[in-house]
Design a protein around this ligand. Structure first.
Ligand code: PHE
Length: 344
């Protein structure tokens, strides 16, 4: 029986060594220390042994029991520790893996240029104001010296809004100039504001025409404002946006709501004025319309043209973005092609 006990101890300890998790440990405990284990059987059968033998075997068996119990406890503690310090395979973080790049959004090229334009004028002290896309005929035409049947209406192919009453009174604004009127109706001089926003033209689209695009309108009204102020403001603006070396040209143009009216061009960005395809071999690229606010317009909003004067200008934003980024087709802006948009 003593032999049997010795073998039992060796076997138990050897197996305990192989135990790798708490579940296996519990099985081991049942097998070697449980009620049905050999050791328990032996301890139970002690009473039947002769005294001498009982003493010896009893001492041995009890010692083995204690040894196994403390080994069990020790193993339990080791297992617990390893669970806490070594996370499971599935939870382990491999810090050598390359990172996964998150796709970043970007601002639309129109938005980027719009922001740049607004920032330049904000720095000059202009406030930024927005107005309605759906306008009255009065603001879009009438108050800007373009009455019914005036030939200048042909400059603007108009989307009319069906009011159900057969009259043409509401429209999608064809330019941002109606905000000149709304501003002057509401505020008294001094006024210095720019108006970014969408405008609409009922036109077939091609590489240089869209039925919806953005304009930025500018208006300054005060005592003693002259054409020189307009020139200074727009020269500065063009050089901020297109570079210090840009030359700026003013030429006569006609808009019913300004007098005199001017067209502003910059020296061609591609050929620097020597003439190329981009500028139609003229060396110049038109970028905006402007002029001194017409006295009749001032009178209509109750501002005395004998005391006050002002200048106004309007520019197409996509056209400027096309020049800046070298884009040759305006239809790319709103066709939502990500291959195009991701370049900005
Ligand atoms: N509103 C004009 C256009 O869309 C531009 C303009 C604005 C001209 C202000 C003069 C003064 O063509």
């Amino acid at each position: 029986m003593l032999e049997q006990l010795k073998g039992l101890r060796a076997q138990a300890l050897e197996e305990l060594n192989k135990v790798g998790n708490p579940r296996e440990l519990e099985l081991w405990r049942v097998r070697y220390l449980g009620k049905k284990s050999n050791l328990t059987q032996i301890l139970r059968s002690l009473a039947a042994l002769p005294l001498e033998e009982r003493r010896e075997v009893g001492a041995q068996a009890n010692e083995i029991k204690k040894a196994l119990e403390s080994s069990l406890e020790e193993k339990g503690r080791l297992l617990q520790e390893s669970i806490l310090t070594s996370p499971r395979e599935s939870q382990r973080v491999d810090i050598t893996l390359p990172g996964r790049a998150l796709p970043t959004g970007r601002l639309h090229p129109t938005t980027q240029i719009l922001k740049e334009i607004c920032d330049i004028f904000k720095n000059m002290g202009f406030q930024v104001i927005e107005g309605p896309d759906v306008e009255w005929d009065y603001y879009n035409f009438e108050a800007l010296n373009i009455p019914q049947h005036h030939p200048a209406r042909d400059m603007f192919a108009t989307f009319w809004i069906d009011t159900g009453m057969g009259e043409k009174a509401r429209l999608l604004r064809t330019h941002s100039s109606p905000m000149q009127i709304r501003l002057m109706e509401k505020e008294r001089p001094p006024i210095r504001a720019i108006v970014p926003g969408r405008v609409y033209r009922y036109e077939a689209t091609d590489a240089t025409h869209e039925s919806m695009f953005y304009q930025v309108e500018g208006l300054a009204v005060d005592k003693g404002i002259t054409l020189a102020d307009l020139k200074g403001t727009l020269f500065d603006f063009c050089r901020c946006l297109f570079g210090e070396e840009r030359r700026v040209r003013f030429r006569c143009d006609y808009f019913p709501f300004v007098e005199p009216g001017v067209e502003v061009a910059i020296s061609c960005l591609a050929c620097n004025g020597t003439g190329c395809r981009l500028c139609g071999h003229s060396g110049w690229i038109e970028i905006l319309g402007a002029g001194m606010v017409h006295p009749d317009v001032l009178t209509r909003v109750d501002i005395n043209p004998k005391l006050y004067s002002g200048f106004a200008f309007g520019m197409g934003v996509e056209r400027i973005a096309m020049l800046r980024y070298g884009i040759d087709d305006i239809r790319l802006f709103y066709s939502n092609d990500l291959r195009f948009l991701r370049q900005f």
